[in-house]
Design a binder for this molecule. Sequence first.
Ligand SMILES: [Zn+2]
Ligand SMILES: [Zn+2]
Length: 135
Amino acid sequence: MEGHFSGGCHCGKVIFEIDGKILNVVNCHCSICRKANGGAFSSYLVVPDEAFVVVKGQELLTCYTMTEKAEKRFCKICGAPVFNRNKLYSGVTVVPLGCLDDLTKISPKVDIYCADMLPWVTPWPESKRYETGLQ
Ligand SMILES: [Zn+2]
Ligand SMILES: [Zn+2]
């Protein structure tokens, strides 16, 4: 899926644009994302690094090292997540789906770490399920 999307944090001081190919739309049920975002699961867009540009508020982004491989960037004013990068998946930027301004054209393609999915979560039926992460 090609596209142009805009988005940003809750306070609106950090704004980004995505221009290019959307590689994947993922629901992650792992316990790291659960703690990092506070939701039962986390939904993300996966895009090539070059398709993602922070156009405003770059200086407000704080980096938190979640694991040896994964870093989370968030707005230091409102605390909203803005993007993640993971050394396991080099060349791609992982953008929290809820930060996009328009969600009408996007639905999940895969659910990952379903082994850790909470029992009362029902995945989107068209989404492909994986017990662990994508390789
Ligand atoms: Zn903010
Ligand atoms: Zn996760």
